[in-house]
Design a binder for this molecule. Structure first.
Ligand code: OOG
Ligand code: NI
Length: 474
């Protein structure tokens, strides 16, 4: 093509997000109801806030109403290294890159995962769409027959259309870009990979075999697509959203996962409603007609995002959460556990040890922040050439804003899940053992480190303040 007009990757991501959202709404109508609830609550909070914008942004992270309206995360479960590397190529075209390693074997799942998400502050601000992407680790399956069956089913399926593969090749040849027309085709082909296909790629017996070993195995290996498992909108007030979900008659999980409610939210709080039951038809077996059945995997989830914590802040979070879990076990044993209210109270109590004031969190090095010059800073003349960041913040020349947490916390979620389950039903036979290298080999690229990305955002903003004020900040 002579002088092609390339489509902007961030814009293509937004088209993709909207197409995915429309598809999921058609497939899982409750998702539409959920989005309505969240949108209403967010709008109320944004409008009702006659607060000064700084206080508002400190309370709710850097939530911008434009970003917030389309903000979603999805989750997919893949079967093979080839599927993972192809997904990596697909997501790169919409500006999503693998960040972070999540070892799910520690939670008794034969899988590991990464988060595909935008890396730069500018891209995140446009549309922070992210996808929790897990992939099977067959080497962790103890039972030979199960493992062979899963691998055989996966080797027979193709979740990407020929047209999509062609567009991915074109993208590579064109330096990771697509034209407007190719972009349109790309979205409609890519979306098919994540849609629900109601005819399974396995017989009823095969499905039952995998399911009895672990429900997640049947979900990964028995289908013709990598159906999106959930699509999660971000709410500014998860407690309010959860109440309204209950009022709307949704089967909401009892507890909100993650940190307790705080004046200064950190990390991620999530809650979900139970998976819906969807009809499927199984492959013909020995000349029998297609057998009808159902599958339960997809659910609705909402999340409230807070500030990104530093490694020190994360360590404190993990310690306190573990401490709360230990206390819960000590009180209630491994049985049905504590009531929701008792558990919430216990967690809130233990988390009193986590500072809940933005300035304190920042000064203790528990959260990441970006910095910007205030009007006072811009109108001041600086006599020295060097200032410490604390002096500038303390005198009001520079202000700090917490960086929104852009990643996941599946292990704390899984931990809570398991402790609720007690010993029954949790497949303890998988040995916990991460394999980050294996994940990178399958991806064909190195994983990015989220702490490095947050640190870079923080440092870039400090340098920017220094250059605007013509001083050195140390
Ligand atoms: C993914 C679970 C992780 C989250 O929000 O923590 C996730 C899955 O169920 O496949 O989406
Ligand atoms: Ni999720």
């Amino acid at each position: 093509i002579a002088n092609p007009v390339w489509v902007d990757r961030d814009a293509l991501r937004t088209d993709f997000t909207l197409a995915m959202s429309a598809m999921y709404k058609a497939e899982v109508p409750l998702y539409g109801d959920l989005v309505q609830i969240v949108t209403r609550i967010n709008a109320e909070l944004v409008h009702q806030s006659s607060l000064d914008p700084k206080v508002f942004s400190l309370r709710y992270g850097d939530a911008q109403s434009t970003r917030l309206d389309i903000e979603r995360h999805g989750a997919i479960r893949l079967g093979t290294p080839h599927e993972l590397s192809t997904i990596r190529r697909l997501f790169a075209l919409i500006g999503l890159y693998p960040v972070g390693y999540y070892d799910l074997s520690a939670a008794g799942l034969p899988m590991h995962a990464t988060c595909f998400r935008p890396r730069s502050e500018a891209s995140l601000l446009m549309n922070p769409f992210r996808v929790f992407t897990s992939v099977l680790r067959p080497e962790l399956l103890k039972d030979r027959e199960t493992k062979d069956l899963a691998l055989e089913l996966l080797s027979k399926r193709t979740i990407f259309s020929d047209q999509l593969m062609h567009l991915l090749d074109l993208g590579d040849i064109q330096g990771g870009r697509l034209t407007q027309e190719q972009g349109r085709q790309f979205i409609s082909e890519a979306i098919k990979t994540f849609g629900w296909q109601s005819t399974a790629a396995a017989t009823h017996n095969e499905y039952n075999h995998l399911r009895s070993e672990h429900p997640i195995l049947a979900d990964i290996a028995c289908f013709r697509s990598s159906h999106i498992n959930h699509l999660t909108p971000r709410t500014l007030d998860i407690n309010a959203a959860q109440d309204q979900m209950k009022t709307a008659g949704m089967q909401v999980k009892d507890r909100i996962e993650g940190p307790p409610a705080r004046a200064c939210p950190i990390l991620l709080r999530q809650t979900s409603f139970l998976a819906i039951e969807e009809p499927i038809r199984f492959l013909v077996e020995g000349g029998l007609p297609l057998l009808s059945g159902s599958h339960k995997a997809r659910f609705g989830e909402i999340e409230e995002r807070g500030a990104a914590v530093t490694p020190k802040g994360r360590k404190l979070y993990d310690e306190l959460l573990e401490n709360a879990m230990d206390q819960a076990r000590a009180i209630a044993g491994e049985g049905d556990g504590l009531s929701t209210e008792a558990m919430d109270e216990l967690v809130s109590h233990v988390f009193k040890a986590y500072p809940d004031d933005w300035d304190e969190l920042r000064r203790h090095g528990l959260i990441f922040c970006t910095y910007r010059c205030t009007a006072k800073g811009l109108n001041s003349r600086f006599t020295l050439s060097k200032y410490s960041l604390e002096t500038l913040v303390g005198s009001g020349f520079v202000e700090a804003r917490p960086i929104t947490y852009e990643d996941f916390l599946p292990l704390s979620a899984a931990g809570i899940f398991q402790s609720n389950l007690g010993s029954k039903g949790s497949p303890k036979e998988h040995v916990a053992r991460p394999d980050e290298r294996g994940m990178e080999e399958a991806l064909g690229v190195a994983l990015e480190d989220s702490d490095e990305l947050y640190t870079k955002m923080q440092n870039d903003s400090i340098n920017e303040c220094g250059s605007v004020l013509s001083i050195t900040i140390e």
